[in-house]
Design a protein around this ligand. Structure first.
Ligand code: HEC
Ligand code: HEC
Length: 421
C-alpha cells in the first residue's frame, strides 16, 4: 500500500514542510504548536471521518505541490479505477461511474447554494431554471501551499481566510463523512496547512495573524530580478504598469497595482477564461430573479441577464458580499459583488504566482494546461483592450500583445518562482 508517509519521504518539498514547522513562533501561539501541526498532517493525509476513503491529499497531493494534474488522475485511474478519487459525487454526471471530465481536466464537482439575497435584494439563478437554488461548478484543486497568506480562499474567495470553516466544508463536500469532525481536528488541519510554504522566504515573512508585513508599501518579499537577459525581459512584464504586474502585484503577486483601472489592491479579477470559446465547461445564461415571485427582475444595471453572454462559472457572482480596494488617492472603497460582476464579468481570486510553474493546470476551470496556454489566454484577453489601459504595455498595432519571444521570456522568468527545491 502507498501511504502518504512513503509519498512524502521522497519528495524535495519535505524539507520545506519541516522547516516551516520548526518555526512555530511565526504562527499564533497555543493553536499551532508542533503537536497540533503533526496531528493536522495525520488527518490531512489519512482517513479519519469514516467516509468514502478520500483525504485532503486525494486532491491536494503534497508531493505534487498541493494539487493534482490530469496526467496524474489518468495514472491513478489506470492503476486503480476504484481508488478514492473516483467516487460518483465527482463522476461526469454526479451519480454514475464515468470519469472523463476528471481524467481530462482534473476538475471536481463543486456544489454551491445560490445566495438568497444579493445587496439589491435579488437572487441569481440559471435563466432556464429559475427555481433551482443549487448549481454545480467544475473547478480545479488550488494548491494548499502558501494558504496561510491567503485572505481569499477558494477560486471565488467565498471562505475568506477561514481555514477552519473551509476544512469542515471540504470534509462535507468531498469525503461523505460517517461522523462530524471535531473543532480540534479542524483546527489541526488548518494549522498543518498554515505550515506549508513554497519558499522558506515566504514562511519567514509571515507574522502572527497570518498577514504579510508591508514597509512603506514595499513588499518584504522581493521578486527576483532575473539573471539571464530573457529572465530580465520577463521580469519587466511584472512591473506594476505592465501587462502582468497590473493584476499580479504586491508581495504574493495576487493584488492589482495602482495602475489597474478597477482599483488598487483588488484580490479579485479576471483572466477572461470564461470568455474563451473552447473552455471545458458548458456555458449558461444567468439571470436576476425576484425571490418572492421567482420571476425575472432587472438587476443593478437594469438588465435581467447578469452577463451579456453565457458563462459556465459566475465566480464571485454567486457569492454575496463586497470587495474592498483602494481608490487612486489611497482612500478605502467597497463594491458589492453583484455590481462588479455585472460590470466586469465573472471574477475570480487572483492566485499568487509564487510556485506557479509547479501547480499546473491553471485557472479556476483548469482550462490552461501549461504556462504557454496561460499566455495564449492572456493574448486572447488583451484583444479586448487593444489600446485601453488594461493592455498596459501592449502594442495596439501588433498582431498579439505578446509575441513568441515575449512568451518565452515571461515563462523563463516565472520558472524562477518555482517551489524551492
Ligand atoms: C475531491 C477533491 C478534493 C478534496 C478531497 C479536497 N479538496 Fe480542497 N479543494 C478542491 C477544489 C476543487 C477546491 C476549489 C473549490 C472552489 O474554489 O470552489 C479546493 C480548495 C481548497 C482550499 C482553498 C485553497 C485556495 O488557495 O483557495 C483549501 C485550503 C482546501 N481545498 C483544503 C482542503 C482540505 C483541508 C481538505 C481535506 C479535509 C480538502 N481540501 C479536500 C478539491 C478537493
Ligand atoms: C486583469 C487581471 C490580470 C492580468 C492582467 C493578468 N492576470 Fe494572471 N490571473 C488573474 C486572475 C483573476 C487569475 C485567476 C483566473 C481564474 O481562476 O480563472 C489569474 C491566473 C493566472 C495564472 C494561473 C495561476 C493558477 O494557479 O491557476 C497564471 C500563471 C497567471 N495568471 C499569469 C499571468 C501572466 C504571466 C500575466 C501577464 C501576461 C497575467 N497573469 C496577467 C488576473 C490577471
Amino acid at each position: 500500500m502507498r501511504t502518504i508517509d512513503t509519498l512524502i519521504c521522497c519528495t524535495p518539498i519535505l524539507a520545506l514542510i519541516i522547516s516551516a514547522q520548526a518555526a512555530p513562533d511565526q504562527l499564533s501561539p497555543g493553536t499551532n504548536g508542533p503537536n497540533v501541526v503533526a496531528h493536522g498532517e495525520k488527518i490531512f493525509t489519512s482517513e479519519t471521518f469514516s467516509g468514502n476513503g478520500r483525504v485532503c491529499t486525494t486532491c491536494h497531493e503534497l508531493n505534487r505541490f498541493g494539487t493534482i494534474t490530469p496526467e496524474f488522475v489518468q495514472e491513478l485511474f489506470a492503476s486503480d479505477p476504484d481508488g478514492p478519487l473516483f467516487r460518483s459525487i465527482d463522476s461526469d454526471d454526479g451519480v454514475g461511474n464515468s470519469y472523463e471530465r476528471l481524467k481530462e481536466h482534473a476538475t471536481v464537482r463543486v456544489v454551491l447554494d445560490l445566495p438568497e439575497r444579493t445587496p439589491s435584494g435579488l437572487g441569481i439563478r440559471k435563466c432556464d431554471d429559475l427555481t433551482n437554488q443549487t448549481v454545480v461548478m467544475h473547478r480545479g484543486s488550488p494548491t494548499v501551499f502558501n494558504v496561510a497568506l491567503e485572505q481569499h480562499i477558494m477560486h471565488d474567495g467565498r471562505e475568506g481566510d477561514d481555514l477552519v470553516a473551509q476544512a469542515l466544508s471540504a470534509v462535507h463536500s468531498h469525503a461523505e463523512p460517517g461522523r462530524e469532525p471535531t473543532s480540534e481536528e479542524l483546527a489541526a488541519i488548518a494549522a498543518f496547512q498554515s505550515s506549508l510554504f513554497s519558499h522558506s522566504a515566504i514562511a519567514a515573512t509571515l507574522k502572527p495573524g497570518r498577514t504579510m508585513e508591508f514597509v512603506d508599501n514595499r513588499p518584504v518579499l522581493a521578486l527576483p530580478d532575473g539573471n539571464t537577459p530573457a529572465e530580465k525581459r520577463g521580469r519587466a512584464f511584472f512591473n506594476p504598469d505592465r501587462q502582468c504586474g497590473q493584476c499580479h502585484s504586491g508581495p504574493m503577486l495576487n493584488r492589482t497595482s495602482r495602475f489597474h483601472p478597477n482599483g488598487v489592491g483588488m484580490p479579485i479579477e479576471s483572466s477572461f477564461a470564461e470568455r474563451a470559446p473552447d473552455i471545458p465547461n458548458e456555458k449558461f445564461r444567468w439571470c436576476y430573479v425576484d425571490l418572492e415571485t421567482n420571476k425575472l427582475a432587472p438587476g443593478p444595471l437594469g438588465t435581467t441577464d447578469v452577463f451579456p453572454a453565457p458563462v459556465s462559472d459566475p465566480g464571485i457572482g454567486l457569492t454575496t458580499g463586497f470587495q474592498e480596494f483602494q481608490l487612486e488617492d489611497g482612500s478605502p472603497a467597497m463594491i458589492p459583488n453583484e455590481l462588479i460582476v455585472g460590470i466586469a464579468g465573472p471574477l475570480f481570486k487572483i492566485p499568487t504566482l509564487w510556485g506557479t510553474p509547479d501547480t499546473a493546470p491553471y485557472f479556476h476551470n483548469n482550462s490552461a494546461k501549461t504556462l504557454d496556454e496561460v499566455l495564449d489566454q492572456y493574448n486572447f484577453m488583451f484583444t479586448f483592450f487593444p489600446d485601453g489601459s488594461f493592455g498596459l504595455g501592449c502594442d495596439p498595432n501588433a498582431p498579439a500583445c505578446m509575441d513568441e519571444q515575449d512568451k518565452k521570456d515571461i515563462i523563463s522568468y516565472l520558472q524562477l518562482l518555482s517551489f524551492e527545491r
